[in-house]
Design a protein around this ligand. Structure first.
Ligand code: GDP
Ligand code: CA
Length: 306
């Protein structure tokens, strides 16, 4: 049984941890999101891929859900002294990852190989696969025009009203052979409870990826990131509305309609099961709130038996 997870950052990494520490660890790989990649302080930062890497390396800052444990911020403080704009917090150890990635990219090494190399260096066994080696980039339209999603998310703390979304570079992006192979060979494809619009859509929209998913014989199951109409964390609920979907499990089912065989929703939404059955073949309501290793593993193992 080969399992492939489509994942964003924090929400997706929790699901990835569940699989990577379950009895299915050896059969598991994850395709991450690169549309949040951005240059900070002259360095190539890949937030969602790093969150996956640090989580699977068991070095994630569990309080924040991203960044490395036991960080210090001397580099950032020094940059501030120099007059740099330091709204994007990067810890000292984390800086090393970005310096290394930037250096290898300058050498012309494929981003997929760089991500794999960094993951291996951190002791991660799970293959972390990029959907594309092309540069794609999430942007949101606000009253002051298009801005980078990371600016909206971190710098402006999700305060501006979002009017529209765009992924720059997506039409010309090329799917990686690793992602296409993983999808083609998978028996089970899981869409993590990640932000559908800025985490999962950039993976699905890489030309060739949705086609590969559609022609894969794998059973496809999504886990809802929305519980009781709300996100556990982050702006996915508001974003679903802006994108024209309901901000609840019905909206999530609509978003993935035609793609998934099953939807797993939280037990708090169990009243929606009969309504969902009209659009999704299998619906399972269970506890989907992941807060410790054990319940992440439990959810992962439940998905194998949907
Ligand atoms: P980001 O890239 O760091 O924003 O993370 P993701 O896109 O992977 O995940 C964000 C989504 O994860 C949010 O919509 C949250 O509601 C959802 N999420 C976070 N933790 C959990 C959880 O424990 N269970 C479920 N069902 N969803 C979660
Ligand atoms: Ca992200």
């Amino acid at each position: 049984l080969k399992i492939v997870l489509l994942s964003g950052g924090v929400g997706g990494a929790k699901m990835a941890e569940g699989f990577a520490f379950s009895r299915f660890a050896e059969q598991f790989s994850v395709i991450g999101n690169v549309a949040d990649d951005q240059e900070f302080h002259g360095l190539w930062v890949s937030p969602d891929i790093d969150t996956l890497t640090y989580t699977l390396a068991e070095q994630i800052d569990t309080e924040k859900g991203w960044g490395l444990q036991a960080e210090s911020n001397q580099v950032l403080d020094q940059l501030k002294t120099l007059g740099a704009d330091t709204w994007m917090y990067l810890g000292d150890k984390d800086f090393a990852t970005h310096i290394y990635r930037t250096e290898l990219r300058r050498q012309g090494i494929r981003p997929s190989e760089i991500a794999a190399k960094i993951a291996r260096s951190y002791g991660v066994k799970t293959p972390i696969i990029l959907p594309t080696d092309s540069c794609i980039h999430n942007q949101v339209m606000t009253n002051s025009g298009w801005i980078d999603f990371q600016d909206y998310f971190v710098k402006y703390a999700c305060l501006p009203e979002v009017l529209d979304f765009n992924i720059t570079g997506i039409e010309a992006a090329i799917a990686t052979p690793e992602a296409l192979k993983a999808i083609a060979e998978a028996d089970l494809i899981v869409i993590a409870p990640s932000n559908p619009i800025v985490s999962i859509k950039p993976i699905l929209s890489v030309p060739g990826i949705t086609e590969a998913l559609m022609s894969s014989a794998a059973f496809k199951v999504a886990v809802s990131p929305l519980i009781n109409g709300e996100t556990v964390k982050g702006p996915a609920d508001q974003m679903m509305k802006v994108a024209g979907y309901r901000s609840d499990v019905i909206g999530v089912a609509d978003f993935y309609s035609g793609l998934i065989d099953a939807l797993v929703i939280d037990q708090q939404d169990r009243n929606a099961v009969s309504e969902l059955s009209a659009s999704v073949e299998h619906v399972l309501a269970t506890d989907t709130l992941m807060f410790n290793r054990q319940n992440k593993i439990r959810l992962a193992e439940t998905l194998v038996h949907v």
